[in-house]
Design a protein around this ligand. Structure first.
Ligand code: A2P
Length: 315
């Protein structure tokens, strides 16, 4: 299975990246982890303006360049537009701000982080008064302008459901290359994957391991008995089974680890494969979406009245 995926705009993207969202880790640890990942062979690094770490990510890149571990053009860098910067006049300044924090001339993928528009300065989770109507056409037109201006090579989306994607694809001049969503063996997203495959959008997994140890995450996935049994059979870890399954679905993933051993495990999924029996066993795992994001829904001000609305019934 491919180490690199071809995008619908002719570009390429390494299929496994390093997620960088973190809450309690020191700046030094974050920087060191990113340099270590690059040394190990990771070339795809995923951040977001909402992660508040772009400065550190950029410092890690410069350290990697100084050590001649890679060149800028070898890296695939993603950052994401925050919901409070979705207004057309805020988008290019937001991307320029991300670029200046990372000291880069361009990024490889600029994503809409959520299909949601909040008043400027609003923080996640939003309060009732923070919501604005989503004006996706204006936002996307400015995302397209970011490509035309050479500020990003590709544009993508995150947390988009099938209905919003269908709408976007029906009028976008430049379609999204990727939709980054919750995806793992306990939340297999069959409908979304089938739709995305039909229009050439790569589904990318955030929290591909269920974010064990994070306050929004669960240990449930890596301790799942089916996953453990398959891991024992292949002498791999449960995390590797999850990541290899994602890859075999034709999807990319951005597992977060700042631990050298786990980072290396997560990257060690290219030289072996799951067999038909494993795939069938994984398909039969009971489904459970961990991250409902109900804090984005309300009956008065949010465009999403309920989680069913937010995820187009896929809950
Ligand atoms: P750490 O950074 O200490 O390795 P996700 O990518 O699903 O959001 O999961 C991230 C969480 O999973 C982090 O807490 C990370 O901790 C942990 N993690 C990452 N890789 C592995 C692995 N191979 N096995 C177990 N836990 C992992």
């Amino acid at each position: 299975m491919a180490k690199v995926f071809k995008l619908n705009n002719g570009g390429t993207m390494p299929s496994v990246g390093l997620g960088t969202i973190s809450f309690n880790e020191s700046d030094e640890k974050i920087k060191f982890a990113i340099v270590t990942a690059i040394r190990m062979g990771y070339r795809h690094i995923d951040t977001a303006s909402g992660y508040h770490n772009e400065m550190l990510v950029g410092e890690a890149f410069r350290e990697a360049f100084r050590l001649e571990l890679c060149k800028r053009e070898d890296l695939f860098v993603t950052t994401k537009l925050s919901p409070d910067e979705m207004a057309p006049e805020d988008i290019i300044p937001s991307l320029q701000n991300s670029l200046s924090k990372m000291k880069l001339d361009y990024i490889d993928m600029f994503m809409i982080h959520w299909p949601l528009q909040l008043k400027k300065g609003s923080k996640m989770p939003p309060r009732e008064g923070d919501f604005l109507p989503l004006d996706l056409r204006s936002t996307w037109a400015t995302m397209e302008l970011c490509v035309e201006k050479g500020l990003t090579k590709s544009i993508g989306v995150s947390n988009f459901n099938v209905a919003i994607l269908k709408d976007l694809v029906s009028w976008a001049k430049i379609p999204p290359v990727v939709n980054q969503v919750e995806l793992h063996p306990r939340w297999q997203q069959k409908r979304l994957r089938e739709y995305c495959a039909s229009v050439g959008i790569i589904v990318e997994a955030w929290s591909p391991l269920g974010a064990p140890g994070q306050k929004y995450g669960t240990h449930d996935l890596l301790s799942n008995l089916t996953i453990k049994r398959i891991a024992d059979k292949h002498q791999k870890t449960p995390a590797q089974i999850c990541l290899r399954w994602i890859l075999e679905c034709g999807c990319s993933s951005v597992p977060k680890s700042f631990n050298r051993l786990r980072m290396s495990q997560n990257f060690g999924i290219f030289d072996w494969k799951l067999d038909e029996e494993d795939l069938q066993m994984i398909e039969s795992i009971p489904q459970n979406k961990y991250f409902l994001a109900s804090f984005l829904c309300n009956k008065t001000t949010s465009p999403y009245r309920s989680v069913e609305d937010l995820w187009d019934g896929d809950v």
